[in-house]
Design a protein. Structure first.
Length: 602
């Protein structure tokens, strides 16, 4: 970096130190001498090179009003809009990135190669950093930034000059252990804090005679010098030999100062820094002063983009639903970026259960989304995401079609990484299966009464074609399931099933297992007058006993209805039919009737 006279700013800018600046445009953190314009020397060809600019505003913390910065990029350069970063600096040195805030309020405006940053009323220092790309080969690029506000109208220039021999005076390179391919070229990057960047400063490659050589190497924010890592070498007959640096090299406040004095040889300074804070890039600048000239070189190390973590925390409200309450459920996805992500490099997929209706979706300005078959895909197609940036996505849903006794689990996939799982539990339910007691085949058509603890019938349930007996329950408690009608051709199961529902059963369908029925055979009983067989007698009551296996077991009582008939289904076995009440005007049978039911007989 060198400088040119700039007397028109002497009354406005005091360059005794960086903190006394009121308004200045420069390169990185290079502060020129009083009254000088910062000049950056680059090697040809210039096309394709990236130039980093910094604008310092109100470093003296004055109260200024309606402040705006107008920056006109020269012909042959174009602003890289996504590189613009604006920082608000407090008096204690704390830096706040206010870029997003200004963008959202329209405070950063672009048209062609013109940029306007509207700060409004300020009492803090502001630092504007951005990059330009050279698109047309020229010998010189004069970039002007104008200040408008409480101090009037002030211009500050920064000049880029193209040279063919700058690297012969001093050149700087940065190496890391991490290499990526960027547009077909190897690029050294860092992945995390703790990574090491190794710098190499090549001085006076052509062995020119230089006088009064001093080098100031300022470390970028986000790194610290690794103690005792500096090594200085001098070239002798094509070989670099280490030399002591005790008297000529000092390291203080993240700045290396090397006093070489008068030289006619080539030198090599190597040292290392450790990353202690994540930054989008680490721009290391070194200034060499010699023969009353000053030149600058820099090495840029980027944080590896599109590879960091994107921490996602998923939550849901409410977590529990009742059958009769609101069925609206809101999913929240809260993200914290632990990396830098370019446009279209964040892909989030949320597969919502098909039984859940998606009502609405809310996304940040950087994102778009699409819904296919209840799967929502989010993409940051409208903006890049910076390290440390927080953002949220909200999905509003309706659980009206979700049956009671169901738990819906959900997670998201973020760049192929899964988030935590959240659950919504809806209502209470039970289920049983009506089956044949021998073959376990499903039985349709069994009718049950569901009763509460006070023997009140709540509902009637019929087993479906798959034998399923199921029902929702409004609230925890004790319930009873009693069979009222068996499937056709089967014997009634008189057992009562007790169902205990607790609060912890919400979102779960209680499985009662199988309820069995056994096949029976229809027995037709007809009561007639002994002397007139055409006279049918109703009102005769009988008791039926199973007398198989030398025992006598009561089965049931039956009564003849109209036309003197009654039917009953009984399983295979030997039975005794005893008349216990005769029709009016008749006497009971004097003897029981014994009959057998066998499967191989009608």
């Amino acid at each position: 970096m060198c400088t040119k006279d700039k007397n028109e700013l002497e009354d406005f800018i005091n360059f005794e130190d960086s903190k006394s600046i009121q308004y200045l445009k420069t390169f990185g953190n290079f502060i020129p001498d009083k009254g000088r314009t910062p000049v950056k020397i680059i090697n040809s060809p210039a096309v394709g090179q990236i130039i980093s600019y910094t604008i310092y505003v109100n470093c003296q913390f004055k109260n200024l009003y309606t402040v705006s910065i107008n920056d006109q990029t020269p012909v042959g350069m174009e602003i890289i809009q996504k590189s613009v970063q604006v920082y608000k600096v407090s008096k204690n040195g704390n830096r706040e990135n206010v870029t997003k805030k200004l963008q959202n309020s329209g405070g950063i405006f672009f048209i062609f190669n013109f940029m306007q940053v509207m700060l409004g009323s300020v009492d803090s220092e502001y630092i504007i950093e951005y990059q330009c790309k050279i698109t047309i080969e020229k010998k010189e690029y004069i970039n002007t930034a104008s200040f408008q506000g409480g101090l009037g109208f002030i211009n500050s220039n920064a000049v880029v000059e193209v040279s063919n021999d700058n690297k012969k005076i001093m050149n700087k390179v940065a190496l890391t252990d991490n290499i990526i391919k960027s547009k077909g070229v190897n690029e050294y990057v860092v992945n995390k804090t703790g990574d090491i960047i190794k710098y190499s400063l090549q001085i006076n490659n052509d062995n020119n005679i230089l006088t009064g050589v001093t080098i100031e190497d300022t470390l970028p924010e986000g790194v610290v010098y690794v103690p005792n890592s500096a090594e200085l070498k001098v070239e002798n007959n094509g070989t670099f030999t280490p030399i002591t640096t005790n008297d000529i090299l000092t390291v203080n406040n993240n700045k290396l100062i090397l006093n070489l004095g008068n030289i006619n040889k080539s030198y090599l300074l190597n040292y290392s820094v450790k990353v202690n804070k994540v930054e989008e890039s680490y721009i290391n600048q070194a200034v060499i002063n010699y023969n009353t000239n000053a030149y600058n070189t820099e090495a840029i190390t980027s944080y590896n983009r599109n590879t960091g973590n994107l921490v996602c925390t998923k939550s849901v409200k409410p977590e529990f639903l009742n059958k009769d309450g609101s069925q609206i459920v809101v999913y929240s996805l809260d993200f914290q970026s632990q990396g830098y992500f370019d446009i279209d490099n964040i892909k989030i997929i949320d597969e919502i259960d098909q039984r859940v209706n998606i009502v609405s979706v809310s996304v940040p300005k950087s994102f778009t989304y699409k819904i296919i078959n209840n799967s929502i895909t989010f993409l940051n197609s409208l903006g890049a995401i910076a390290y440390g940036e927080n953002f949220s996505i909200t999905i509003t849903t309706d659980f009206i079609k979700v049956p009671c006794g169901t738990t819906i689990k959900n997670l998201v996939t973020v760049n192929n990484n899964k988030s935590n799982t959240v659950s919504v539990k809806k209502g209470y339910a039970f289920q049983a299966i009506k089956v044949d007691g021998n073959s376990l085949a499903s039985l349709e058509g069994a009718t049950f009464n569901l009763e509460d603890n006070n023997n009140k019938i709540i509902k009637t349930i019929i087993s479906n074609e798959n034998g399923v007996i199921e029902s929702s329950i409004n609230s925890p408690g004790i319930y009873y399931l009693q069979e009222e009608e068996a499937p056709k051709g089967y014997i009634l199961n008189k057992s009562i099933v007790k169902i205990t529902i607790t609060a912890s059963d919400i979102g779960r369908t209680l499985n009662l297992g199988n309820i069995e029925n056994y096949k029976g055979y229809e027995v037709d009983i007809k009561k007639i007058d002994k002397n007139n067989h055409n006279k049918l007698l109703n009102g005769a009551e009988f008791s039926i006993y199973n007398i198989s296996n030398n025992s006598k077991v009561f089965i049931t009582n039956i009564t003849t209805a109209e036309e003197g008939k009654v039917k009953i289904i009984l399983p295979e076995g030997k039975y005794e039919l005893i008349e216990i009440k005769a029709p009016e005007g008749y006497s009971t049978l004097s003897k029981p009737i014994i009959f057998d039911i066998e499967t191989d007989k009608n």
